[in-house]
Design a protein around this ligand. Structure first.
Ligand SMILES: [Zn+2]
Ligand SMILES: [Zn+2]
Length: 746
């Protein structure tokens, strides 16, 4: 094994280096190809030079042969694909009637998988993609010919299940359902996909099949729980990663503190470009991931400026919208050494397989440890690689800089979803009733919650055959998989007419109000008009250097406490709340330093939605000395913000998925109260996870506040980029006092 350490050693020095360690290389643990494997499959593997397996691949094959569901959760590039392909291809080769369905979250990933299946060259395996791009005349051909169909959840939901009569033969013979990148199915999207998979199980059963589910996921804390939540059934966990690993150096890099009192740091983009230029200048092939396209372009430019013209010419940005040919051209140029450095937005991390690079730089924590590992996984697959996280000023990033084990060693981050959220479930109950009458027997596949909801779903009629659909059009088309709200706003690029996405009504007023800067797939847009009647936001590409923050008034009322426990010396509740928000203004803030450029009033109606929350009422002794106003409110408010900042460490979600409210006197509790709520109507399990992990969550938050070097609070601890009160009334000291007292209670 060559060692390249010497090449970057002199670059990784100085106060910026928050952590440096080398993960040791690991030998593979192998297993022979199982004897039971079909000869054609053995031959195909031999042609590709595969004469044996990693132990976890053999384990997954054996578990699948037993007939149950399996979830494989091993590291990046550990051969998860072969782990689920083996049992499937084996079954297809042995039984010409057997069918398999592969589910991918994006079209690009389905294309990659279809290509590699094709390259195996097994005549008995007839793989075909069936998605929105499949021409109508080709669709019938795929249904009749293919025994392995690759699709995505949206197509399954709208295009396949409602037309199951066209798929009768396929469903009757359905042996395997593969769900790759399963950790992506979390939150709102995951809650919907869990229902789509239950509808698939039900229809398969109606046609006489009980398919096995084979799932593959990034390493997460709750793989078994995720498999059950997604499919409704138990799955065997295969997690003992036996793939070889090259040595990898991991560095955490914190931009220098410019003003300790204000907690102001140098730009992460500047630091990243310095590292990128340094690594590329040493001839090391490097990929750099940034949060937005603009950031990626700036890093590319700054890095080019630092290099001589010949080296700078070997840097390239990598953008969304490249065709597979363009992507492969960039990959080829990297492999050939023609290109040395590539900058990309992290929106692309799933869609690219750029091969073996020497170094990977992540600029800003990408939101989940799984994503970070995926980005880092590009570096050093064969030889000693270098992986770097350059911290942003965000509280979670800064927490990791001071507590590296929280990022590198603890496996706490859990993919969560809630298929039973009525706002999600109801649409699928309607869709299921459209597909076939829903009766008591369907509880086994759809879940008991679905049957309980049936009487509440409009347009369902009770008949002797069960609940049937009495509406006109197919209901699935009305149920978008990425929203919990049926009345969502379309976000439309006025310059091209393209629909960029959906904004749930509850969040539309604060994210796509007139004048808002809206980020989509790493690109910036300015909202020209928000049409409340047409439920449409017209946006245009935007190149300015400011962002916007909405000012809103929020109220919560407690609808129903579901769990109340004495925890950390106080009464901790989890339950249903209703949240009313009114966006009243927005501020334009300079991208460079966050200073306020302008405040613009807005006139928008209030919105109310039901969701789940965790809330607590501190005891008087925990608030001793903090009782005076406004200190009381400021302490609670700062505690709320810092708690919200760290919840994504426990629940795989974005801070933007979480809302909060703190008040010195709440009408329902009659006392000072802090609420942290799920930002999606109905809730997807985020607040519940906070309730379950409350002690550890609060302990982490205490460490966050203790460790932040600022004097009175800063963006890296108590300030929040989404505060509806524009970060007024925040007292870091008071929050720390309260949370410490809570943490020391039992
Ligand atoms: Zn701070
Ligand atoms: Zn706030």
């Amino acid at each position: 094994m060559t060692t390249t350490t010497g090449l970057w050693e002199d670059l990784l020095v100085g106060d910026e280096l928050a952590y440096l360690a080398t993960e040791t290389a690991r030998e593979a643990r192998t297993a022979p190809l199982p004897d039971s494997l079909q000869p054609v499959l053995q031959e195909a593997l031999a042609r590709r030079g595969i004469g044996g397996l990693y132990a976890h691949q053999a384990e997954a094959y054996a578990a699948a042969r037993e007939g149950g569901n399996v979830i494989v959760t091993t590291g990046t590039a550990s051969g998860k694909t072969l782990a689920f392909n083996l049992p499937v291809l084996d079954a297809l080769a042995a039984d010409r009637h057997a069918r398999a369905l592969y589910l991918y979250p994006t079209k690009a990933l389905a294309q990659d998988q279809a290509r590699s299946l094709g390259e195996l060259g097994i005549a008995a395996v007839r793989a075909a993609i069936y998605d929105g791009d499949t021409p109508t005349e080709r669709r019938r051909q795929v249904r009749g010919w293919a025994n392995l169909v690759l699709t995505n959840p949206d197509m399954l939901h709208i295009g396949v299940l409602p037309r199951h009569d066209l798929w009768d033969d396929f469903l009757h013979n359905l042996r395997f359902v593969v769900v790759d990148e399963a950790h992506v199915y979390r939150g709102v999207f995951g809650s919907h996909v869990a229902n789509v998979l239950r509808r698939l199980r039900r229809l398969a059963r109606i046609y006489g099949a009980e398919p096995q589910f084979l799932l593959a996921s990034a390493t997460i804390a709750n793989a078994g729980e995720l498999a059950r939540a997604l499919t409704g059934e138990h799955a065997t966990i295969v997690e003992d990663d036996a793939a070889p690993r090259a040595e990898r150096t991991v560095a955490l890099w914190n931009p220098p503190l410019l003003d300790a009192e204000l907690g102001l740091r140098a730009s992460a983009l500047g630091e990243a470009s310095r590292l990128l230029a340094g690594l590329v200048g040493r001839g090391l092939r490097t990929i750099c991931f940034a949060k937005s396209r603009k950031s990626a372009e700036l890093i590319h430019r700054f890095a080019s400026d630092r290099l001589d013209a010949a080296t700078a010419a070997r840097l390239a940005p990598y953008r969304a919208g490249y065709t597979p040919q363009q992507r492969r051209e960039i990959e080829r140029r990297l492999v050939d050494g023609e290109l040395l450095g590539v900058t990309s937005t992290d929106a692309l991390e799933l869609g690219i397989d750029i091969g073996d690079l020497d170094c990977a730089i992540s600029v800003g924590f990408p939101g989940t440890v799984a994503s970070l590992r995926q980005q880092w996984g590009r570096a050093g697959r064969r030889d000693h690689g270098l992986a770097i996280l350059v911290a942003s000023e965000d509280a979670l990033d800064q927490y990791f800089m001071r507590e590296p084990p929280a990022l590198l060693d603890r496996r706490v981050e859990a993919a969560i979803l809630d298929h039973a959220n009525p706002r999600v479930l109801d649409g699928h109950v309607a869709a299921a009733a459209f597909e076939a009458p829903v009766d008591a027997g369907d509880g086994a596949t759809l879940g008991p919650e679905a049957l309980a909801r049936a009487p509440h779903v409009p347009e369902l009629r009770r008949t002797q055959r069960g609940w049937v659909w009495a509406g006109k059009d197919a209901p699935a088309a009305r149920v978008p998989l990425r929203s919990t709200s049926p009345d969502s706003f379309l976000v439309v690029d006025a310059s091209s007419g393209d629909v960029l996405g959906l904004a749930e009504r509850e969040r539309a007023y604060s994210t796509v109000h007139e004048g808002a800067v809206y980020l989509h797939l790493g690109r910036q847009y300015l909202v020209r008009e928000l049409d409340l009647q047409a439920r449409r936001a017209l946006v245009e590409p935007f190149d300015g250097d400011w962002y916007t923050q909405a000012k809103k008034e929020t109220q919560t009322s407690i609808e129903e406490p579901l769990r109340v426990e004495r925890r950390l010396g106080l009464e901790l509740s989890f339950g249903r709340v209703s949240v009313t928000e009114q966006v009243v203004a927005y501020q334009k803030k300079a991208a460079a330093d966050g200073s306020t450029l302008d405040t613009v009033p807005l006139e928008l109606p209030p919105t109310t939605f039901d969701t789940e929350a965790v809330w607590f009422v501190p005891r008087p002794h925990q608030l001793e000395g903090l009782e005076a106003m406004p200190l009381l409110l400021s302490s609670l408010h700062a505690a709320e913000h810092s708690l919200i900042a760290l919840l994504p460490l426990w629940a795989m979600c974005d801070r933007w998925d979480i809302g909060g409210l703190s008040t010195n006197l709440h009408l329902d509790t009659g006392a000072p109260t802090v609420f942290v709520y799920d930002g999606h109507a109905g809730g997807v399990g985020i607040a519940q996870r906070g309730f379950d992990q409350f002690e550890a969550w609060v302990a982490d938050t205490v460490r966050l506040l203790e460790g932040c070097p600022c004097e009175h609070g800063c963006p890296s601890c108590v300030q929040s980029p989404k505060c509806g009160n524009l970060n007024e009334f925040l007292d870091k000291g008071g929050a720390l006092t309260l949370l410490r007292r809570m943490s020391n209670s039992s």
